[in-house]
Design a protein around this ligand. Sequence first.
Ligand code: ZN
Length: 223
Amino acid sequence: MIDLLLGKFNPAQEAAFDEVPLATADEPNHYLQSEVLDAWLEMHAAAKQHKIELQIISSTRNFERQKTIWENKWNGVTLTQGRNLATENLSDAEKAKAILKYSAMPCTSRHHWGTDFDINSVEDAYFETTKGQEEYHWLQQNAAKFGFAQPYTVKSPERPNGYEEEKWHWSYTPLSINLLDVYLEIIQYQDIKGFQGATCAQELEVITNYVFGVAGSCKPAIV
Ligand SMILES: [Zn+2]
């Protein structure tokens, strides 16, 4: 369980994971937990009946994949909202915070879990187009029937911390709520390691502010 939560595995080699059919994804080699995939295929078919085309563009990403995304931003290989963080005079914590607007530290991404994926586009501008608005509206009205919820809703008193709003990111809550619960129970700050900037994890309280910084629909019930 700890390896799954930290992304230390290869989804292509896991019995509990299956490949997303190419008819519902942008490219091969997208993997999800089997139960999540079944729910996704049902939702995809229902959307299609309403002439809404959904496509998975990012799915399970393991530690190594997340480390590449994170370190490319850290080192300025890829831009972070148009900024090259490597050439700016930033402290490590400032650099990490800039990346954390949209990208998770390795070991803390919900994309490790096999329950979460991104649909159609990871650009806000896309979801402002008529097509993008129709798709998002359909998801808001229907995704819950298939077990899906949006973890990164618009910031509000209910969700004051964490990533910016992501209309594209959806999570299969029948599994992910329990995984979040277990994560909070067993993962310690010293488990978040093995990449540049990892020492900021504790200072920025990434478990409290980002891993737990999700919508109420994605959180365990308070007992
Ligand atoms: Zn995502």
